[in-house]
Write a protein that binds this ligand. Structure first.
Ligand SMILES: Nc1ncnc2c1ncn2[C@@H]1O[C@H](COP(=O)(O)OP(=O)(O)OP(=O)(O)O)[C@@H](O)[C@H]1O
Ligand SMILES: [Mg+2]
Length: 174
């Protein structure tokens, strides 16, 4: 199998007060290990929506998403919200468009959270050295509200990579 993430015939629409708006129609893609895939399109074209579907935050109306990790393939269709949350927690790193750092946790605590949730405390040293290479050592005990935009962004990137996820989704990360 050459892909780790595969999307077939994906469709998603949103219901407004008056109308149903089709945002994604028949999206197909596959990505292999080590691939970097850039998703390009105008504002409002559905980029964040697609990433939210790949992360299992949203549910598709039709089509299938499959993730292959540690020799096992999981299809999203039919998974409960809590199963999708578990899948996301372990296998996906997500740099959100608006970062979504936990406001009551420090930089260090935000980045260590995925390790705690996954019982991967042995990766703490690696996560700390990543924070160092991202120039965040002086900010470790600061809360997100006291960070600059770039510092927030780099904290979000460090958090997305901490648990060595199978797939990193990054929504306008630069
Ligand atoms: N929860 C929602 N309910 C209704 N409409 C939504 C919802 N989320 C997104 N949309 C609509 O879907 C379309 C795609 O939104 P999305 O956020 O995916 O765009 P985008 O390509 O990421 O845009 P940007 O580049 O501005 O971030 C937009 O028209 C938006 O209004
Ligand atoms: Mg977006």
């Amino acid at each position: 199998m050459s892909w780790i993430l595969r999307v077939r015939g994906l469709q998603k629409s949103f219901q407004d007060a008056q109308e149903t708006r089709l945002v994604l129609d028949d999206i197909n893609l596959s990505a292999g290990a080590g691939d970097v895939v850039a998703l390009v399109g105008p504002s409002g074209s559905g980029k964040s929506t697609l990433l939210n579907l790949l992360a299992g935050i949203l549910e598709a109306d039709a089509g299938e998403i499959e993730l292959c990790s540690e020799g096992r393939t999981v299809a999203y269709t039919g998974l409960s919200a809590s199963s999708r949350t578990r899948l996301r927690r372990r296998h996906i790193g997500y740099v959100f468009q608006f970062f979504n750092l936990v406001p009551t946790l420090t930089v260090r605590e935000n980045v260590m959270l995925p390790l705690e949730l996954n019982g991967l405390e042995e990766l703490e040293a690696e996560a700390l050295s990543r924070l160092e290479s991202l120039g965040l050592v002086a900010r470790l005990n600061d809360f997100p509200a006291h960070l600059s935009g770039g510092e927030r962004q780099r904290t979000a990137i460090a958090r997305a990579l901490a648990h060595r996820p199978t797939v990193v989704l990054a929504d306008e990360p630069t």
